[in-house]
Design a protein around this ligand. Structure first.
Ligand code: COA
Length: 191
């Protein structure tokens, strides 16, 4: 077992941190990370304070701050929907700091958030991931997320179109792939 993998077991997950630690964490995210996680738009020294203030005042989100030896290394969140018919559902977001990626922290944090969601009455977790984010897609698949849809040319980065994959994890662990394919065929026939 490498030192890094051993250390990942020491991830401490809290529901709060200081604004300063959060800002430092956000500013540490490099271009590659921001290219796959752009939930906050561009993070830089000008935008970081308003991003942190806004995030800390949001009460539609459960926030999860992951620390290794006191250093904030992972931020994850579950966002509730306002719509009364979607109260069983929430969206998941996660970002691991550049130097701590691919050491098992994303998996650990996501599993923690999934357990939290089931404990707090949710029965479905939904997320969106760019089709070119192999690590993200592998992570979610390994946690039991299913592909729900593919949104072609959904976003544009300068001139480059990117496709968005929607994925979901169900508390009942049912695999809905066959149902989806049947519905897809039927919808195409009926139109
Ligand atoms: C995507 C992200 C959250 C994954 O977290 P992580 O800590 O780096 O990933 P982990 O070490 O926990 O690995 C999780 C899975 O990714 C996959 N993975 C790890 N390294 C990989 C690699 N080099 N290539 C492909 N897949 C890889 C494995 O399937 C692994 O599954 P396992 O846990 O069953 O072994 C993290 O890399 C990150 O923050 N990236 C930038 C921001 C981002 O993409 N956020 C998600 C937006 S939807």
């Amino acid at each position: 077992m490498t030192n890094a993998i051993k250390r990942s077991h020491d991830l401490v997950i809290l529901n709060k941190t200081s604004k300063e630690k959060f800002k430092k964490f956000l500013l540490s995210l490099g271009n590659k990370t921001q290219n796959t996680f752009n939930h906050f738009g561009e993070i830089n020294t000008i935008t970081v304070t308003s991003i942190a203030v806004k995030e800390f005042t949001r009460n539609d989100k459960e926030k999860f701050f992951g620390f290794i030896d006191g250093e904030l290394t992972v931020y994850g969140f579950l966002t509730r929907f306002d719509k009364i018919t979607k109260k069983h559902n929430c969206t998941l977001g996660i970002v691991v700091s550049d130097t701590w990626q691919k050491k098992g922290l994303g998996h650990k944090m996501c599993q923690h958030m999934i357990d939290f969601a089931w404990k707090h009455g949710f029965t479905k977790i939904w997320l969106a991931v760019y089709s070119d984010n192999k690590i993200g897609i592998n992570l979610y698949k390994s946690l039991g997320f299913q592909i729900e849809g593919i949104f072609i040319n959904d976003e544009k980065f300068n001139t480059q179109n990117r496709h968005v994959i929607s994925m979901a994890r169900f508390k009942n662990e049912n695999d809905y792939d066959t149902k989806r394919l049947d519905m897809w065929k039927k919808l195409n026939l009926d139109l």
